[in-house]
Write a protein that binds this ligand. Structure first.
Ligand SMILES: [Zn+2]
Length: 434
């Protein structure tokens, strides 16, 4: 067995890059040592002390445009007490590499590093520049990571293709088939603050201008309003692909019509599944509410924060107007906390097909499908610059393990990591060397 991917991942997990505070320099030093010892040039960028990112490059002939392999080095914080193992222990337990980042996204980072080294060791000039990019601060908005890099050093990140995190090779999602997900797009995070002023007073004498009551009534109207269902191209293709393996989707496999899919969604109450609901509509989640300081005082001000997510292809302004209409309260001011648009890359491309074909070769009998990310990734910044960006990690992960992403007891199978590493190197070899 080749232990290197396993050993490197365990070591990487042991570097505590919880964000906040980040401490991504630990990861940068780790990669710098590895890359330099292989004779690969690299450059480190510091957004502020401790918050560093690293870029390494193997020069190609220029026959094809550069390819960037991206992953983020920071991880979500982990509370030791809730985990059944040390989140930063990097231990192997019962065939799993265990710890924070095992899935999101340190495993992918090691696969990319080894693919880079593999190309270097072939001693052939690739057709394109191959860039390894490990960045800080993905988990809290990227202002010390990709956002900083693309603003400050735009010339270092020109490319014809970006490969980033996305989904996995899921087992248990589509009956007995493995579902290989490649993500060419994601929803936009459009976070809003709703502000309402009112008339203060004594709690013993309630009146009709209590801002907290006004705001909660309006938010209730918004949450009760029916979401509009919309089938975006990625989701259409996703259902087309999985329809080949799911009996209840057979009518859709036969005619491929949107009406048929919508009928099935209704007949089988698929919108009750939060995941499917989020694939088919803009969503709203009320996640914070602030008002009042004392039990007997009517407050003068109230505010709510709502996390809304917008499908690719939909305009944020129209979405916010829709929200305004549903709130139906002229005195509520809406402020953007983030104004993210849904975004998607064209995937009717040679590189997408090549990735798809290679994944199918390694996972015969699987269903390979485009997949709409419901959360955001750093790909959005590259798509904004017109760089096609696809997200995937070619390792098998059981569906029930996906909740450990940002949750507890994150881990990846040793075999999955080994196979994922092999597949990733194969894909990079095919993309970069004819
Ligand atoms: Zn991530």
């Amino acid at each position: 067995m080749n232990d290197l991917p396993i050993d490197l991942l365990c070591r990487y997990i042991r570097l505590d890059t919880s964000n906040p505070p980040g401490n991504e320099h630990l990861a940068t030093v780790f990669f710098e040592q590895m890359l330099k010892s292989e004779g690969i040039d690299c450059k480190t960028y510091e957004a502020k002390p401790g918050r560093t990112s690293i870029r390494a490059e193997i020069k190609g002939s220029g026959r094809k445009q550069p390819v960037i392999m991206l992953h983020h080095t920071d991880v979500i914080a982990a509370n030791h007490d809730e985990w059944s193992f040390d989140p930063f222990g990097g231990e192997i337990i019962d065939g799993y590499i265990c710890g924070r980042g095992a899935l999101d996204t340190k495993s992918l980072g090691i696969m990319q590093l080894l693919a880079m080294i593999d190309i270097k060791n072939q001693n052939r000039t690739p057709d394109c520049d191959l860039i390894f990019l490990a960045t800080a601060d993905e988990e809290s908005g990227a202002s010390y990571g990709v956002d900083f890099l693309l603003h400050k050093y735009p010339d270092d990140f020109k490319a014809g293709l970006l490969l980033n995190e996305g989904s996995y090779v899921q087992s248990g999602a589509v009956r007995e088939h493995l579902a290989v997900m490649i993500s060419p797009g994601e929803k936009g995070a459009c976070w809003l603050r709703l502000k309402r002023k009112g008339t203060p007073g004594h709690g013993s004498t309630p009146h009709s201008q209590n801002p907290l009551e006004k705001l909660t009534s309006a938010v209730k109207r918004l949450l009760d309003s029916k979401a509009e269902i919309s089938i975006t191209p990625i989701v259409r293709d996703y259902f087309r692909k999985i329809a080949l393996a799911q009996d209840f989707l057979k009518p859709y496999a036969d005619d491929g019509k949107d009406e048929t899919l919508l009928q099935i969604v209704r007949d089988f109450s698929l919108l009750d599944n939060p995941h499917i609901n989020a694939m088919l509509s803009n969503t709203i989640s009320l996640n914070s509410l602030h008002a009042g300081t004392k039990i007997n005082v009517i407050p003068s001000y109230a505010e709510a924060e709502i996390d809304t997510r917008v499908l690719p292809g939909q305009r944020v302004d129209e979405w916010v107007n829709h929200i305004k209409d549903q709130l139906a309260d002229e005195d509520i001011q809406i402020e953007f906390i983030t104004r993210g648009e849904g975004n998607a890359s064209d995937y009717n491309t040679e590189s997408y097909r090549l990735i798809e074909k290679t994944l199918e070769k390694h996972y015969p009998g699987s269903i390979t499908t485009p997949y709409l990310m419901l959360g955001t990734t750093d790909s959005r910044f590259f798509r904004q610059k017109g760089i096609p960006s696809y997200g995937f990690c070619p390792a098998v992960v059981p569906v029930e393990h996906l909740k450990s992403l940002h949750g507890i007891d994150e881990k990846i199978g040793v075999d999955s990591m080994l196979k994922g590493t092999e597949v990733y190197s194969d894909i990079i070899g095919k993309l970069c060397i004819e």
